[in-house]
Design a protein around this ligand. Sequence first.
Ligand code: NAP
Length: 296
Amino acid sequence: MGRRVKQSFRGCSAWITGASSGLGAEFARQLAPEAACLVLTARREDRLRELAEEIRQHHRKVQIVVAPADLAAPEGIEAVVDLLATERVEVDLLVNNAGAGDFGLFYRSDLARLRSMLDLNVKAFTLLLWWLLPQMIRRGRGCIINIGSIAGLRPVPYYSAYAATKAYVHSLSHGLEWELAGTGVTLTQVCPASVATEFFEHAARRPEDLKEIGGPPFMWTSPEQVVRCSLEAAGRGKPQVTPGFLPGLCAAIFSYVPISLLRIVYRASLAGKRKPGGELAEERMFVEKQRDGRPL
Ligand SMILES: NC(=O)c1ccc[n+]([C@@H]2O[C@H](COP(=O)([O-])OP(=O)(O)OC[C@H]3O[C@@H](n4cnc5c(N)ncnc54)[C@H](OP(=O)(O)O)[C@@H]3O)[C@@H](O)[C@H]2O)c1
């Protein structure tokens, strides 16, 4: 198959969710030289305004719409949609990026935290697509960048629910990508490995968990590299990309590992965490701390 012709993002109107930090902020920075308009959404309005100011200093022509919202709440999406109508912005690039993680045993998750992750990673993620795609198809052009994760390619214990939300992203992205053929709208799913952002700080339930999450050094890529590679892939209309050579190789292998083999690997690697009585080390710590009367 021949190499796809690269589209440019020159003059585009991009809506970036999760723009107050990490990948979202970096998408805004890298799109700013080409975009005509950037719509920045996240809950922390002060961060969005700081970013807008930073971008305006270097790129005077780009229109920036700061659109703070809690996308996990139904009224959050509606508020941004209304603002876009008022500002007469026709979005032709969606960076569907806002997402949250939760690291730890599923049955010990905090209900409010779990609900909010599902509302953001699944519900808001889907509703944005439902709202924007018909407009893009009517205009015969548009680009969607869905931020998934390498964790969405196969089940991941301790990240079970988060990985399941990203498996949803993976499945929906491929289904839509096929449905969009011939409409002039392209969809690229990005499946990063580990990226140095605030993600892990928020995903960790306790500070000591930070040591355990993120994976080995070769799985890490910088936000700059992830965004550069994502824009390049989206510009070429590639359906899926994992930025970085080694993370990309691992993602390719991970996608094809049979679940039965993965089960053996996971069981062996998690065996060290189990005490002879079959009790998880973490569980024992939990019980001991509870006995001491200290909150987790
Ligand atoms: N970092 C990694 O290793 C990694 C790996 C694979 C995939 N990913 C995915 O990459 C995406 C971006 O994450 P990141 O690494 O850039 O982490 P991050 O720095 O924590 O960024 C997450 C962004 O989502 C926003 N957000 C969180 N809850 C929100 C809500 N309820 N409503 C609106 N915005 C909300 C946050 O802003 P506010 O807090 O201001 O709302 C922030 O801007 C996520 O989908 C994540 O799953 C990350």
